[in-house]
Design a protein around this ligand. Structure first.
Ligand SMILES: Cc1cc2nc3c(=O)[nH]c(=O)nc-3n(C[C@H](O)[C@H](O)[C@H](O)COP(=O)(O)OP(=O)(O)OC[C@H]3O[C@@H](n4cnc5c(N)ncnc54)[C@H](O)[C@@H]3O)c2cc1C
Length: 385
């Protein structure tokens, strides 16, 4: 089969790799470079941890994702998974429940009391008195390296065609055709629309209204040389235990320390640039000045805003069937990067007519179907005459 992709982020690239590995042809069109530094996937890091509190299925899926990334590293012969583990601040009873959940899912976890946490990670900025759960089967994916490795593998693959700087203007879901802004049409046997935060532009109003755009600010820092060794031995921290949901990614593999918080994420109407408005930069500087001992604004080396979509009703990703073998996957903020190998396996099977691959991830195993009445197919797709 010939599968056409609208978009070349982590979802499209990994799905395309899966398709070529089973003998299919792929054609990828992106509005910019492949990979594109402005895509949601393109950052220094993305965190992979297994814990999804009170959710055994998603926790088990995240454990499977951990193993899938290790396999992918070998397949692409590129080191991009720094298994530094992950720490999440939790009260003692919740940490114990989390350890049981993780152990049942086949992962490894350790409960750290407040004193132990403060003694081991005094530099990290945990709220005093909080304990944590430590996951060893977790860490940091070097996202930009992942994308470059996938794109390079596909660029030289006999069954792959990459079309950078070819913007998609419309999709014909009945004919599995992708209409490019320059007037050309890419025909396939199947199509995946994986246009990240831009997905709404290519979808019918009934679907695009389901998706809410979010924008989040991040700070990138150089840590003082005296603290460098301590930071280098720090796991990813998905919660410091603060009210605003502060989190951080340690400076692994020569990357800067990355700081952000749930409180720096807001809903917006349109995609703006990556430039950070000063109010949001100052908000994060204030947040981390009260958390990280000795934190100063002159640690900052960069700032960036990043966008993502989430489904209005679930706050998660959305998979919708637009036509026979035409799918759209609009990824969500918190977790679609880490799940990308599982998402790719499932999407590739659906697109190529292979047996469905269960993932344990609700939106993938139960996509929005035509029958759901959300999509009157062709006439409602923008850009299709
Ligand atoms: C601040 C932040 C932190 C995050 N942290 C994590 C994390 O720690 N762990 C995790 O698992 N996930 C995380 N995520 C989520 C994850 O990064 C995203 O869900 C994922 O990267 C989305 O990938 P994608 O391929 O769907 O979209 P993208 O990477 O945005 O790719 C979409 C591509 O489509 C192209 N495109 C768009 N429109 C068109 C068009 N009309 N024609 C042609 N091409 C087009 C774009 O140029 C782009 O290259 C985070 C997200 C944010 C914003």
């Amino acid at each position: 089969m010939r599968v056409v992709f609208a978009g070349g982020g982590v979802i499209a690239l990994l799905t395309a790799l899966k398709c070529v590995s089973t003998g299919h042809e792929v054609v990828i069109a992106d509005q910019a470079d492949i990979p594109f530094s402005g895509a949601t996937s393109f950052d220094r890091h993305r965190v992979l941890r297994a814990l999804h509190a009170d959710d055994p299925a998603t926790t088990a899926a995240a454990v499977a994702a951990h193993h899938a990334w290790i396999d992918l590293e070998h397949l692409l012969s590129t080191p991009f998974y720094e298994q530094v583990g992950a720490l999440t601040a939790l009260p003692a009873h919740a940490a114990t429940a989390a350890r049981e959940l993780l152990t049942a899912a086949g992962s490894k976890a350790e409960v750290l009391g407040a004193d132990e946490l403060a003694a081991e990670f005094p530099h990290a900025g945990f709220v005093p008195g909080t304990g944590a759960i430590f996951e060893s089967h977790a860490g940091v994916l070097l996202a930009d390296r992942v994308l470059t490795a996938c794109a390079t593998r596909l660029r030289w693959h006999a069954k792959a065609e990459l079309h950078p700087h070819r913007k998609v203007a419309g999709i014909d879901a009945d004919r599995a055709e992708v209409r490019l802004a320059d007037g050309e049409t890419l025909r396939g046997d199947a199509v995946l629309v994986a246009a990240g935060p831009w997905s709404r532009d290519l979808l019918a109003p009934a679907l695009s209204r389901e998706l809410v755009l979010h924008r989040q600010t991040m700070l990138y820092c150089d840590v003082p040389p005296a603290d460098a060794a301590a930071w280098a031995a720090t796991p990813a921290i998905t919660s410091l235990g603060s009210d605003g949901g502060a989190w951080l990614v340690p400076p692994v593999a020569g990357t800067p320390l990355k700081l952000s918080a749930a409180s720096a994420c807001r809903m917006v109407d349109e995609i703006g640039g990556a430039t950070v408005p000063s109010w949001w930069r100052e908000h994060l500087i204030d947040t981390f000045s009260t958390l990280i001992p000795g934190f100063r604004r002159d640690w900052l080396v960069d700032t960036r805003d990043c966008h993502y979509l989430a489904r209005r009703s679930t706050l998660g990703p959305m998979l919708a069937v637009l036509g026979d073998r035409v799918l759209t996957y609009a990824a969500c903020g918190g977790s679609s990067f880490k799940f990308a190998p599982l998402i790719a396996r499932s999407l590739a099977a659906r697109l190529t007519g292979a047996d469905p691959v269960p993932t344990g991830l609700e939106p993938l195993d139960r996509p929005l179907a035509r029958a759901a009445g959300v999509h009157p197919i062709r006439p409602a797709l923008r850009g299709v005459s």
